[in-house]
Design a protein around this ligand. Structure first.
Ligand code: NAD
Ligand code: UD1
Length: 333
């Protein structure tokens, strides 16, 4: 089976390409390299022995996309390409709506035109807003997002659902990721954010390599066991494996299916700091700061639906996530 992976040189996309190749799928990537490097292709090749075919193409640019669809007949598309910086989306909403929403609509038009109507979409737990229940099941109603990035995910879920309802030949899998961290065990693939990171683990990495002096912990007065925010951190390789299982789903059904991809465990900011310090023997100085606008106290998944219907569950624990994150950062930052 041939799978088109948009955004396939990015953090989650590159790990997913490795897992797809390992399971015998043929992979074609397109990416505009806005937030990733072509060198990732050589690294995928080093790990798997196969270099995926690559197109430098932009979701918003018909001319660069056309050859991708002209040259191949895809069995399914895994759609990672998008902008994801929450803070930037607040400052530049048009950029986010244009890239993520207009770009995805263009992609779907191509898929219609070339008769590939199966898509797996990267959504986020952010669509639940301040969740109505913990742990969060897929039945939990979608909530109010606190930033344009989150709204692009929520709106695109609706767009894809409407497309499938209008044309039952479409098959849509919406994957709501919790907090992906970690890296490939080889140290060859991982996340290398530009500038000062927003997310917790990339920030800890920058402190660990000495680029930033200390971590700011955003609030210690939440209603959680130690007062700091609780999240469901999931190893990126587990997340990638979830996509491979979702390929089977999307190619054998004609409906919209929604799955949480999380571990079901909640860890606080200080749990992460402590585990990182213990596992890697590196001290992470931190200071308690005011709460960050838009943050919620607690967010973790009920992953039972993905286990039942995708035969998937996360395998790696927090120690492994911290070890693998550091291996990548120490070799690549
Ligand atoms: P990433 O930035 O590493 O990867 C996204 C890739 O898309 C990049 O390589 C970028 O160059 C490419 N891209 C962006 N706009 C493009 C365009 N117009 N045309 C072609 N390529 C384009 O991000 P990631 O962490 O791998 O995330 C992948 C997807 O998962 C994104 O849609 C993101 O919003 C979603 N997601 C990520 C997280 C997370 O914590 N990382 C959580 C939930 C959802
Ligand atoms: C954030 C985004 C969410 C996005 C997700 C993955 C916000 C409000 N939410 O989720 O939309 O889908 O990233 O990209 O930005 N923390 C610190 N210090 C830091 C950084 C984070 O204490 O320097 C804390 C946060 O307050 C939170 C936890 O660490 O409690 C995790 O934060 P982060 O990694 O940014 O993820 P989310 O906020 O869950």
């Amino acid at each position: 089976m041939k799978i088109l992976v948009t955004g396939g040189t990015g953090y989650i996309g590159s790990h997913t390409c490795v897992e797809l190749i390992n399971r015998g799928y043929e992979v074609v990537i397109f990416d505009n390299l806005y937030n990733s490097k072509e060198e990732v292709l050589s690294r995928i090749e080093k790990i798997t022995g196969t270099r995926p075919l690559f197109y430098k193409a932009d979701l918003r640019d018909t001319e660069s996309m056309r050859p991708v669809f002209e040259d191949h007949k895809f069995d399914a598309v895994i759609h990672f390409a998008g902008l994801k910086a929450v803070g930037e989306s607040v400052e530049k909403p048009l950029m986010y709506y244009e890239n993520n929403i207009s770009g995805t609509i263009k992609l779907c038009k191509f898929m219609n035109e070339y008769g590939c109507k199966r898509i797996i979409f990267s959504s986020s737990a952010t669509v639940y807003g301040d969740p109505a229940q913990i742990p969060i099941t897929e039945e939990c109603p979608k909530g109010t997002c606190t930033n344009p990035y989150g709204w692009t995910k929520s709106m695109l879920e609706q767009v894809l659902t409407d497309i499938q309802h209008a044309d039952p030949e479409w098959s849509v899998v919406l994957l709501r990721y919790f907090n992906p961290i970690g890296a490939h065990e080889s140290g060859l693939l991982g996340e290398s954010p530009n500038g000062i990171p927003n997310n917790l683990m990339p920030y800890i990495m920058k402190v660990a390599v000495g680029e930033l002096p200390e971590l700011g912990v955003f609030g210690n007065d939440y209603d959680t066991p130690d007062g700091t925010g609780v999240r469901d951190y999931i190893h990126v390789v587990d997340l990638a494996r979830g996509h491979v299982n979702a390929v089977e789903k999307v190619t054998t059904t004609n409906e919209v299916n929604v799955y949480n991809l999380g571990t079901g465990n909640g860890y606080s900011v200080l749990d992460i700091v402590k585990t990182f310090e213990e596992v890697n023997n590196i001290r992470i100085p931190y200071q308690i700061k005011p709460r960050r606008a838009g943050d919620i106290a607690t967010c973790y998944a009920d992953p039972a639906k993905a286990k039942k219907e995708l035969d998937w569950e996360a395998e790696y624990d927090l120690k492994r996530m911290c070890e693998d994150s550091w291996r990548f950062a120490s070799q690549n930052f």
